[in-house]
Every structure is written in C-alpha cells, then in structure tokens.
Design a protein around this ligand. Sequence first.
Ligand SMILES: [Zn+2]
Length: 118
Amino acid sequence: MFTHPFYHPGKFQEMHAHCPVCGINFEPETGFYWGAMYISYAITVAISVSVGVAIRVLFGPGLNINIYIASIIAMILLSVPVSFRVSRAIMLSFISPYKYDPDFEWDGKLKEDDEVIG
Ligand SMILES: [Zn+2]
C-alpha cells in the first residue's frame, strides 16, 4: 500500500496510486482519505489515555502534570506514521467499494506503477 517503510522520515505517507498486486485504485474518489483523519483522531485519543493511565499506574499519584503532558505529546509524535497508516488502511478496508475476493489468484509479479499519492 505504501511506497516506503513507516520509519522513513518525510516519505512514510507516500502511497502507490494502484495496488502493485491486484491493481485496484488506492484513491477511489478525490479526498477519500479525509475520513481517515477521524480514525486517526480516535487512535490518538486512545494513545493519550493509555499513556496517561500507564504513567499513573507505573509511577503512582503525585507526579507533576508536565510529565504527563510531555510524555503524551512525545508518544503522539512518535506514533504519527503508524496511526496515519493504520487509519488509511482501516478507511480502505471498511469504507471503500472494494471487497475481499477469495478467488483472486496472484501471478507473483508486481505491477509497475510510478504514480504516487499522499
Ligand atoms: Zn491489491
């Protein structure tokens, strides 16, 4: 789905325009991934709450609020490439017109496609 590994700085968001295996269009309509923003928001909230609860459980009460804020912000920034990709994958899996085809047989060759979106 993506052209570079998630840890590639500046290019983690680049996607193939078409699937190299089956050739489907990864952007079925213009602005398709706007909805992924809301999924990404939900993931970010889940990460924030998890980090806050983890700090509280690990270090107990009485910790400075700035430690919570700094830890949560750091975790959000570190998770940007992953939450970006996961939210786009969820968007494509559940909201796109494409359905899983159990009869699809891959010939083992990747299709050439230099077009990149994102
Ligand atoms: Zn495919």
